[in-house]
Write a protein that binds this ligand. Structure first.
Ligand code: AGP
Length: 609
């Protein structure tokens, strides 16, 4: 949550920072601001709303400085407003701070600052305490002041600080919130995520927890908590800025839906050798390790959790090992039974989700082996895991996750197949055929994208429903949860997913004439059962829109509309059936005039509890 960008060099800081903030708006977009050091003073501009509002506010104001910090906010403490927007300054106005995260002891720090230093707070944010503390601790050396301040703070944070009397310097620090440094020629950058910097640099330092960074135009130095300098390997970014552009699509979400065939192809083929065998590359998990696992936990949040629901089915089926699945915010506080025979699989697109990270740490502390499925290289989850299974989705910008989900599913199949083969619970013949079927998925998914026109038309007809139910059985039930989340997060329709067999235990009471039900009936062995469930809701007047496999045409007489996905083995239908659900959510949200890429109250990367 929240995006930070900072620049020191010889260029125009304002332009570079605004450019970078635009690439980070997916992290939060309720207000934005910038502070630069100019003529021995801090110049500050901030405004509620997106970066465009900030640009209008700045207008032609001459901000010619070449040192500055900027921020795009996702509110935690204090409503979105001009005053609560970052950067925040101390009372003298000679220190300015941007912050991502939460200062847990901010209330006691605020009280101390009001009582002992007579500080008059302007905002309701936790961040403002940092600005005042740095101001009070400042005796002419910004590094000293930031070190002292961090010693007084508890919580999760990435902060960047500038001082009016030290032009050409940014001091930053991180704990449980991401920060990267960009290495330019006579210029250095700091940001919450790489896309903010790609226009300017390809060489990056990843900053680790409890590390401090001091940037000047000439140098980028990293120090530990005891102020020892740290040598960091340079990371070369291989993708370019275009990957994070809309390329003619109306929204990033639509572009990312269309990128799924490529993303799935990449995620699969990068893990296969010339014999069609899954290669582990950097993954150190041996056959003995796999045989030794008595239990697997899959833990994640939101869409990544829904990928885990499919993972549970697949891994249990292929590797014959019990798999428990949990949302990270519950797992981390429920004292789960874990030992050194436990494999913990964390799934996270961003690799920065705080709940997932905390659950991972808890599992590690109890002795589990940690394998993560992550999209962002070098992210916190990736760095803290024993092994990483990367998805090759490329940058996902829309808040609503699409290609990250399907590539996470691809990883679930590959993990299940690899474990099953190593354990001998599946034969080589079964393994080869399964992989051959996976290899066809990118083309089959392209066929699903062909339903665009039909789904768009349907959305125009159904967009004004105020309540929608998603039902399915088995793997279809797992996909129902994802379809429902997609619809609610971008269209704000009250949608609800339930295992179809559970309907009669309560939820069917909500069926009324016209209630919209999206029914998934892609599992051959459950098809008849699903038809009965559809009959049940139809009998109460529901409007049923079904997703079924090509050939299963008997569903047509029981549904108002049907979309067919290409025939494939039952285990693989989630990779295809989710596509019409993503498109339906997209076109309904468009019809309702919603802000699709930046839905209200949400942010792409959730680095707070
Ligand atoms: C998906 O559409 C959501 N925006 C959200 O549920 C997301 O999947 C969740 O916050 C987890 O994020 P992560 O994969 O980056 O950990």
């Amino acid at each position: 949550m929240c995006g930070i960008v900072g620049y020191v060099g010889h260029g125009n800081a304002k332009e570079i920072i605004i450019d970078g903030l635009k690439k980070l708006e997916y992290r939060g977009y309720d207000s934005a601001g910038i502070a630069v050091v100019q003529d021995g003073k801090i110049l500050l501009k901030k405004h509620v709303g997106g970066i465009a509002n900030l640009e209008n506010l700045i207008g032609d104001d001459p901000m010619t400085s070449s040192t500055g910090i900027g921020h795009t906010r996702w509110a935690t403490h204090g409503a979105p407003s001009d005053i609560n927007a970052h950067p925040h300054c101390n009372e003298a106005g000679n220190i300015s701070v941007v912050h991502n995260g939460i200062i847990e002891n901010y209330a006691e720090l605020r009280e101390m600052l009001e009582r002992d230093h007579n500080v008059k707070f302007k905002s309701e944010t936790d961040t403002e305490v940092i600005a005042h503390l740095v101001g009070i601790n400042y005796e002419g050396d910004l590094e000293d002041a930031v070190y002292k301040t961090v010693g007084q703070m508890r919580g999760a944070y990435a902060i960047s600080v500038i001082a009016a009397s030290e032009p050409g310097k940014i001091v930053a620090v991180r704990k449980d919130a991401p920060l990267v440094v960009g290495l330019g020629k006579d210029a250095h950058f700091i940001a919450s995520d790489i896309p903010a910097l790609l226009k300017y640099v390809k060489e990056i330092y990843f900053i680790e927890n409890n590390e401090f960074v001091v940037l000047t135009p000439e140098s980028a130095k990293i120090y530990d908590e005891d102020r020892n300098e740290i040598h960091r390997e340079v990371f070369h970014v291989t993708w370019d800025a275009d990957a994070a552009e809309k390329e003619g699509y109306d929204h990033f979400m639509l572009k990312e839906i269309y990128e799924q065939p490529k993303a799935l192809y990449e995620t699969l083929t990068r893990r296969l050798d010339e014999n069609g065998t899954i290669k582990l590359d950097g993954i150190k998990m041996t056959k003995e390790d796999i045989e030794g696992f008595t239990k697997i936990y899959i833990v994640a949040c939101g869409t990544a959790y829904h990928a885990g629901l499919v993972g549970k089915y697949i891994i249990e089926k292929l590797a014959k090992v019990p798999v428990e699945i949990d949302v990270a915010s519950e797992f981390r506080y429920r004292d789960p039974f874990i030992d050194d025979k436990t494999l913990f699989i964390a799934i996270s697109q961003s690799g920065e989700t705080l709940d997932t990270l905390a659950a991972l740490r808890e599992a590690k502390r109890k002795g589990a082996r940690v394998l993560s499925v992550v999209n962002v290289v070098g992210s916190s989850v990736a760095r803290e895991s024993d092994d990483v299974f990367y998805t090759w989705a490329g940058p996902e910008i829309a808040v609503a996750s699409t290609k990250a989900y399907t590539t996470q599913l691809m990883c679930m199949y590959l993990i299940g197949l690899h474990m099953g083969y190593e354990k001998g619970t599946i034969t080589r013949d079964y393994y080869d055929k399964f992989i051959a079927d996976l290899a066809e998925i990118p083309d089959l998914l392209k066929m699903c994208l062909g339903n665009k026109g039909y789904i768009e038309g349907l959305s125009k007809m159904l967009y004004n429903k105020e309540q929608v139910f998603f039902i399915g059985r088995g793997l279809d039930s797992a996909v129902s949860y994802e379809g429902s989340l997609k619809l609610k997060e971008i269209s704000y329709i009250n949608s609800f997913a339930i295992a179809a067999g559970e309907l009669k235990h309560g939820t069917i009471a909500l069926m009324e004439p016209g209630t919209l039900v999206l029914s998934l009936a892609t599992q051959d062995f459950l098809y008849e059962k699903m038809l009965s469930n559809i009959e049940e809701v139809k009998a109460r007047g529901a409007h049923v829109f079904s997703i079924a496999k090509e050939g299963n045409t008997s569903i047509e007489s029981k549904s108002n509309e049907v979309i067919y996905i290409p025939a494939c083995r039952d285990e693989l239908t989630p990779l295809l059936s989710v596509v019409p659900l993503q498109m339906f959510a997209y076109y309904v949200a468009k019809e309702r005039g919603c802000n699709i890429d930046k839905p209200k109250n949400l942010a792409k990367s959730v680095t707070v509890e």
